[in-house]
Design a protein around this ligand. Structure first.
Ligand SMILES: Nc1ncnc2c1ncn2[C@@H]1O[C@H](COP(=O)(O)OP(=O)(O)O)[C@@H](O)[C@H]1O
Ligand SMILES: [Mg+2]
Length: 267
């Protein structure tokens, strides 16, 4: 096994609490190498799920956090200058395609559309990646799979995936886990007891109901874990909730009051 790819194997089993039949469905999708789109709000478990699946399938995982400054070269690769002259360096997508990794493009809508189209030839039955600058056509390794994450809440008309991109993927919907499962996750990840985790989840549920009524996005599982970590360190629960749950998501004084009131309702 090439040492280029060795570093991308997930060595230890990531903690992942299944919420429905997503593990089975993903395994089926992988078995036919279907490109996958994981849809859902930020901080609800998409990245953790991919890490878990890569571990379970025993495949390397190459993750790319997408942003609007990213170019096709950042994905595919570029020529670098060194003492000997120029040398080609594969980008993360090329490395994944060559060596048979799962390539996870996180928050793919952040990337510009001219960047996104480079994935097209990899997601139809050609399964190839043209390196135009280098004049090479990379055939994808049989184990290669492309996975993207997509937050349907953020899209504007200007920033959305083209239908021609969307229709290349199978999709799994993710959301915040149901109450008892989320309590279990927060308690497991932070070590706080489930009675406190249960209250944190109830606060988050209040906030999630305010989405679209003054909040752009509810309190995520990730935020609950931050709060739980602070509480586990001995931080006062009210201070922990203010800092980890309320202040990050809104600057509006009335909304802050409403959320602070939810905190005092449960604690
Ligand atoms: N089903 C789950 N099982 C285990 N941990 C989870 C689960 N869902 C969320 N988490 C926790 O929430 C955190 C945030 O999830 P993450 O996968 O980073 O979110 P996303 O990629 O959707 O933004 C994770 O680090 C993990 O601690
Ligand atoms: Mg993520």
């Amino acid at each position: 096994m090439s040492d280029v790819i060795e570093q991308y194997f997930v060595k230890n089993e990531p903690y992942y609490r299944p919420v429905a039949d997503e593990v089975k469905l993903y395994e089926a999708a992988y078995s036919v190498r279907m490109p996958m789109m994981l849809k859902g709000p930020t901080g609800c478990g998409k990245t953790r799920f991919v890490e878990y699946m890569a571990w379970k399938l025993g495949k390397p995982l190459i993750t790319v956090a997408c942003n609007e400054d990213m170019t096709a070269s950042d994905l595919v690769g570029r020529f670098l200058l060194d003492a000997q002259g120029t040398r080609w360096q594969d980008g993360p997508l090329t490395t994944a395609a060559r060596y048979g990794a799962i390539c996870y493009l996180d928050e793919v809508v952040e990337a510009r559309q001219d960047t996104t189209v480079v994935i097209h030839p990899l997601t139809d039955n050609r399964r190839v990646l043209p390196l135009e600058k280098k004049g090479e056509l990379v055939g994808a390794h049989p184990d290669f799979q492309l996975v993207i994450s997509y937050n349907p809440g953020y899209q504007s008309l200007m920033k959305d995936l083209k239908q021609s991109t969307k229709q290349r993927f199978g999709a799994l919907d993710f959301n915040y886990p149901q109450h008892d499962i989320e309590t279990e996750i927060v308690s497991h990840e932070t070590g706080i007891d489930s009675a406190i985790a249960d209250k944190l989840v109830s606060i988050a549920e209040r906030a999630r109901n305010l989405k679209g009524h003054g909040l752009d996005e509810g309190i995520s599982t990730r935020m609950l874990i931050y709060a739980g970590n602070l509480i586990a360190k001995g931080v006062d629960v009210h201070a922990a909730c203010r800092m980890a749950l309320v202040r990050p998501i809104t600057d509006d004084p009335d909304m802050r009051d409403a959320l602070d009131a939810a905190v005092t309702t449960f604690f």
